[in-house]
Design a protein around this ligand. Structure first.
Ligand code: TRH
Length: 383
């Protein structure tokens, strides 16, 4: 457990609404665990969709009030009960706290810290908006906007204290990789390029599957059960089910079950190239220090493409120009549903440079400070 100079408040409430998929709870659960395990804090997680958590953390029961791995997990009810607010209140992704809870916060002799944890973006405005405050007009409560991000001026990225060492130990030990993959029902040829594929529906997968079938090197693609299977189904005539192993030319495509968050990390550490999506898997792939292809969460009016460009502008720093160009084509092609064949081949020709860059990028991120630590430090200081 970390030594803390000025003790932060001990009781934390995190409010999470699952908008869709797993990113909202993925981030909140990771944060809750880190606050509890590394700082010894007492964390209560209010969650509207227990089933989403159960996918990431199968020991979660179908029960309105339970303790899961030391975290108090409470089903967020339609009619909110009278409870004493925690000293720190995290409203994840502007999920809107219950009115009665806000009123109770206002009645506390010492007003709780209220933080809105925002979505991740690499855009430059995040530096200025991180830490901004708004005053609740009804009660005068102060809410602070906490932005994760890719610079030292932001809240940083979630990263557990032991993650790096665990990942390095795993990647330095070939047996650990083989054993892990075997536990997933995967055995792979020693010369195969191992790919993990986690993404939304995407027509661009057809051009990649064609390329992979004709690849010089065997390709083993692992697909955790999810939305991309529908797109694969359009290519293979029917969506492959969990456990299916389809062989076409040089490609072996294998559908594996959805894993726990910890297992998924190991999958990312094991693969040569990771296709990831949304927010949390995107961050974990960066911590894996392996080449990644990001399917960003699509937004109205193509706002996501602005975010994609903002990330690429940062990520491209230090990349050899030809690889930077090829990666840009691959990432845009993948996000716009275009043919990715040429871009893929060009990236693969420069795989060793891409691998080196992935390791350097991980080191850069590691020097920025992690989100949980920054949150705790923020809450130690007086308002
Ligand atoms: O699931 P996502 O698409 O989540 C989101 C949400 O849709 C959210 O509303 C949106 O705003 C956000 O994206 C940007 O992708 P994400 O963020 O990568 O979350 C997936 C989580 O699932 C992550 O915590 C990793 C975890 N996971 C597993 O635990 N096991 C698995 O097998 C896989 C594939 C993922």
């Amino acid at each position: 457990m970390k030594r803390i100079e000025n003790l932060p408040p001990r009781h934390w409430d995190i409010f999470c609404r699952v908008i869709d998929n797993y990113g909202d709870i993925g981030v909140c659960w990771r944060l809750a665990r880190q606050l509890h395990c590394e700082y010894g804090l007492s964390v209560r997680l209010w969650l509207d969709d227990l089933a989403a958590l159960r996918r990431l953390w199968p020991s979660t029961a179908d029960c309105a009030h339970q303790t899961v791995s030391g975290i108090e997990v409470v089903q967020w009810p339609a009619v909110f009960p009278a409870v004493e607010p925690a000293e720190v209140v995290i409203e994840a992704f502007a999920c809107e706290l219950p009115e009665t809870y806000v009123a109770a916060m206002a009645r506390q002799p010492e007003r709780p810290r209220w933080l809105n944890l925002e979505y991740l973006s690499a855009e430059t405005w995040v530096d200025d908006c991180h830490g901004m405050r708004s005053i609740n007009p009804q009660y005068g409560l102060v809410k602070t906007f906490f932005f994760p991000g890719f610079t030292g001026k932001t809240g940083g990225l979630l990263c557990e204290a032991q993650l790096r060492q665990e990942r390095e130990a795993f990647q330095e030990n070939p047996e650990a990789r083989v054993n892990f993959l075997a536990s997933m029902g995967v055995t792979t040829a020693s010369d195969a390029l191992l790919i993990s594929l986690f993404s939304y529906e995407n027509p661009a997968i057809h051009s990649l599957v064609e390329t992979w079938c004709k690849s010089a090197r065997p390709i083993h693609c692992l697909v955790p059960e999810g939305r991309i299977l529908a797109s694969l189904g359009r290519y293979f005539d029917s969506a492959p089910a969990v456990g299916a192993k389809v062989m076409r030319g040089q490609l072996t495509l294998q559908v594996i079950p959805f894993m726990t968050q910890d297992q998924y990390d190991r999958l990312l550490w094991s693969c040569d190239i990771n296709f990831v999506r949304g927010e949390d898997s995107f961050v974990r792939a960066q911590w894996a220090a392996k080449p990644l292809v990001w399917h960003i969460y699509p937004q109205d009016e193509e706002a996501h493409l602005v975010k994609l460009a903002a990330f690429m502008a940062r990520y491209h720093h230090g990349l050899p120009p030809l690889l930077a160009q090829a990666l840009e084509c691959l990432w845009y092609g993948w996000n716009c549903g275009d043919n990715c064949q040429d871009a893929w081949n060009q990236c693969l020709e420069r795989l060793s440079e891409w691998q080196l860059h992935s390791r350097n990028w991980e080191q850069t991120l590691n020097s920025l400070g992690d989100l949980a630590a920054k949150l705790v430090q923020f809450c130690e200081k007086p308002l």
